[in-house]
Design a protein around this ligand. Structure first.
Ligand code: SF4
Length: 354
């Protein structure tokens, strides 16, 4: 057990990437980086981390910010509940904890948007507390080195891996140990074709010895993916358009997009303009169709989105098309609002074409 920890820490000190959140023990900045890096690659998350850290250098700055600004800065990173939780939790830390990040694991875990993994990361990196982090990289390293076949997405697997990581952790250097095992999983024990000849653990690795690297770790569930068909109505009337704030319990909550018609299946243009949903939306408003875009495909973890952007020019006032959650803005001001990546790509394309 001791050898495992010694080997990975020695390897880490030589091979680690120089990342800005590793040069601090400020729990707020560590928390920020951990939330950004959930579901996001380091190279993509880096710019967001730097943007957030400079706009909101302390938890109090973040707590005071307007939610539209937080969402705008998060735009393009996906999984927007992370940004909403980050903002809400910063307000709790600012008020309940007087701006000081809690240093007790259970208190950290009780905060919204912080699960066991993130709580362990903050407790160990910022406060050097012996709580093991178990993320996808750690699961991979442990299942391969110890030849564990229990599915990592089963409750039994979670318990087993969590227990093992806590037995292996270096009690004197828990933060360093956690960083080391995560980094080893990220840059050495990669999911596909790791170069085991360079690995500090190759002498003790069961998967390497038994040539079982491609079989480990084991997963039992396959994610079910739902197809969705969205038709965005991009209305133009005298240089103005309508945008809608998404407030429902769906993807992209608190972001802005255009008025939307969702259908159960893909429709042809004739079917779409003949549909009841379109008639209900447009009512008596007089219009001409300017263009209908090709399909914009957007893949999320549980949903595949097929979207078209239907551009129309209204001949008379479009006030009847404005719902309770919608606002009228100048066409050019859309860039000021936080929009889903899918809408952003459409807007970028439209600017290039004009
Ligand atoms: S020897 Fe290969 S499979 Fe085993 S931990 Fe190292 S990189 Fe991963």
């Amino acid at each position: 057990m001791k050898r495992f920890s010694k080997e990975i820490i020695a390897w880490y000190l030589i091979n680690k990437r120089d990342l800005p959140w590793r040069n601090t023990n400020d729990a707020y900045l560590i928390w920020l980086s951990e939330i950004i890096l959930q579901q996001t690659r380091v190279d993509q998350g880096m710019a967001y981390y730097l943007k957030f850290a400079s706009n909101f250098p302390t938890v109090k700055h973040l707590a005071k910010a307007h939610s539209d600004k937080v969402m705008k800065l998060w735009q393009g990173l996906g999984y927007y509940s992370r940004a909403r939780n980050l903002h809400e939790t910063s307000q709790i830390i600012a008020s309940v904890y007087k701006g000081k990040f809690p240093d007790v694991y259970e208190d950290i875990l009780s905060l919204k948007g912080i699960g066991e993994y993130t709580a362990a990361a903050i407790a160990s990196f910022a406060f050097n507390k012996p709580h093991a982090v178990v993320d996808g990289n750690v699961y991979r390293v442990l299942s391969r080195v110890f030849g564990i076949e229990t599915p990592i997405d089963s409750s039994m697997g979670k318990k087993e891996f969590y227990q093992l990581a806590n037995e292996l952790i270096d009690k004197k250097n828990p933060g360093l140990f956690n960083q080391a095992i995560m980094e080893l999983g990220a840059i050495q024990c990669k999911p596909i074709n790791p170069d085991c000849s360079l690995c500090p653990l190759n002498a003790m690795c069961v998967a390497f010895a038994k040539k079982r690297i491609t079989e480990l770790p084991v997963k039992e569930k396959k994610t079910k993916v739902r197809n969705r068909f969205l038709y965005y109505i991009v209305v133009n009337y005298k240089g103005k358009t309508i945008i809608n704030k998404r407030i429902g319990n769906d993807i992209w909550k608190n972001l802005y997009d255009f008025p939307l018609i969702e259908t159960a299946k893909e429709l042809s243009e004739t079917e779409f303009f003949g549909s009841e949903q379109w008639q209900q939306f447009i009512g008596e408003t007089s219009y001409t169709i300017t263009s209908v875009s090709s399909i914009h495909k957007h893949i999320l973890s549980h949903q595949k989105i097929f979207a078209r952007f239907v551009e129309i020019n209204c001949k008379s006032s479009f006030s009847k098309l404005v719902s309770d959650t919608a606002i009228i803005i100048n066409n050019k001001d859309i860039q000021k609002y936080a929009v889903p990546r899918l809408v952003d790509i459409y807007l970028e394309k439209r600017i290039k074409e004009k």
